[in-house]
Design a protein around this ligand. Structure first.
Ligand SMILES: C[S@@+](CC[C@H](N)C(=O)[O-])C[C@H]1O[C@@H](n2cnc3c(N)ncnc32)[C@H](O)[C@@H]1O
Length: 207
């Protein structure tokens, strides 16, 4: 069965343009068959993005968008809050679209092929993700847990997850290593902010 993260170069290309409007900004995103939410911006991604806009007004945040798809989250953050953005995915078609969408929206961002954090060497102020639920719980937890080692000391992981896709158990799981807050809830989608917890690390060091 094909998923939105399956690489299938034989899949017919049918490019379409999706418009995103936020305040005075208007951005255009090329999308195609074989990528996530190909016909319209995803409700959960939009909720995540606008929650970040409402909470983060510092400029030049260094942000990693894991599972970037055609680049909606990362490119919008680069444009609207002037963030320094890296985006990664395993879907080559999505990565190609993300590169085109950077150019079409006059954004300079790094676009990398990476299975979770495999090719990520830097550390970030924010890691954001609408994780690939269909890839399975193990991969989703690899992405959520793994953020901890790629965040700066005061870094935060922001993600969206639906209640019926395990939001509460993901939050309980993450509470081992992060302080989690549900920033917003709408239509069954939870926006979660997870801050690295320091006490536990220091505790370990003192042992
Ligand atoms: C729910 S979609 C979100 C796409 C995009 N960020 C958005 O909000 O529209 C999840 C993305 O994760 C990607 N993905 C799946 N498995 C992955 C993995 N192992 N490592 C990195 N990205 C992965 C998929 O290709 C897909 O683009």
């Amino acid at each position: 069965m094909e998923h939105y993260f399956t690489n299938n170069p034989d899949l017919k290309s049918e490019l379409r343009n999706i418009v995103y409007k936020y305040k005075n900004y208007e951005m255009n995103f090329l999308s195609d068959n074989g990528v996530f939410s190909k016909d319209k911006l995803d409700f959960g991604s939009n909720l995540l993005l606008e929650s970040i806009f409402d909470n983060k007004n510092e400029e030049h945040l260094k942000i990693l968008d894991v599972g970037c798809g055609y680049g909606f989250l990362g490119i919008s953050l680069a444009k609207i809050i002037n963030a320094e953005v890296t985006m990664c995915d395993i879907n080559k078609r999505a990565l190609h679209l993300a590169e085109k969408n950077c150019a079409n929206n006059n954004i300079k961002a790094q676009v990398l092929e990476s299975d979770a954090y495999q090719n990520i060497t830097d550390i970030y102020d924010l890691i954001i993700t609408n994780p690939p639920i269909r890839a399975g719980k193990e991969k989703v937890y690899e992405i959520l847990d793994g953020a901890r080692d790629r965040l700066k000391a005061k870094g935060e992981l922001w993600f969206v997850i639906r209640k019926d896709q395990g939001a509460k158990s993901a939050i309980s799981h993450l509470e081992q290593n992060y302080d989690c807050e549900v920033e917003r809830k709408s239509k069954g989608f939870y926006i979660v902010k997870a801050k690295k917890r320091w006490q536990q690390k220091m505790g370990k060091l003192q042992l």
